[in-house]
Design a protein around this ligand. Structure first.
Ligand SMILES: [Zn+2]
Length: 172
């Protein structure tokens, strides 16, 4: 709740602060950093409506990109996500929006249909990273979802070390 208030206050302040250079502020007078204090699981469930492994993976990918690129996210990053355009894989897209702060509405998230889930992130400083699911993960996920349900599968991928779920590569 507190983070919601902080974010809302930030947006109001940003909107009433008068014109800023469009190039600096993503064209709408706003730039981070945004202080987020709500726990990730709560944010995922409130935004996405349930907890599943692909929303968790998208969140972790976005968070990893911010960390590796030393980016506050939100206004500083552009994300491109390729994914099958059906659930559960497409839930990854919502996770990226939460983890990286890139969103469809801010126009710094593009989504392309593809066979595999993969995301790339580029910071305004020009550094970029590509994040793929580990090749063996989709098969494991399908088994966990079938045997244990989506929530248990989500907790698994939340608790696993990053390198066991995602392949992270810096791009030139
Ligand atoms: Zn989902």
């Amino acid at each position: 709740m507190r983070a919601t208030i902080i974010v809302a206050a930030f947006f109001i302040a940003g909107c009433s602060a008068g014109p800023k250079p469009a190039a600096e502020a993503g064209g709408h007078g706003l730039q981070g950093p945004v202080e987020v204090k709500t726990p990730p699981l709560v944010r995922m469930v409130e935004f996405h409506g349930h907890l599943g492994p692909y929303v968790v993976l998208g969140y972790r990918a976005g968070e990893a990109a911010r960390e590796i690129l030393k980016s506050p996210g939100y206004f500083d990053l552009d994300a491109d996500v390729t994914s099958p355009l059906h659930t559960p894989q497409s839930c990854f897209i919502d996770g990226v929006q939460l983890g990286a702060g890139c969103s469809v509405g801010k126009r710094n998230l593009t989504v392309t249909e593809g066979e595999n889930v993969v995301a790339s992130f580029r910071s305004k400083g020009g550094k970029a990273v590509r994040i793929d699911l580990r090749p063996d993960l989709p098969g494991k996920l399908a088994g966990w979802i079938e045997k244990e349900g989506v929530e248990a599968a989500a907790h698994r991928v939340l608790d696993m070390p990053l390198e066991e779920v995602l392949d992270v590569r810096l791009l030139p």
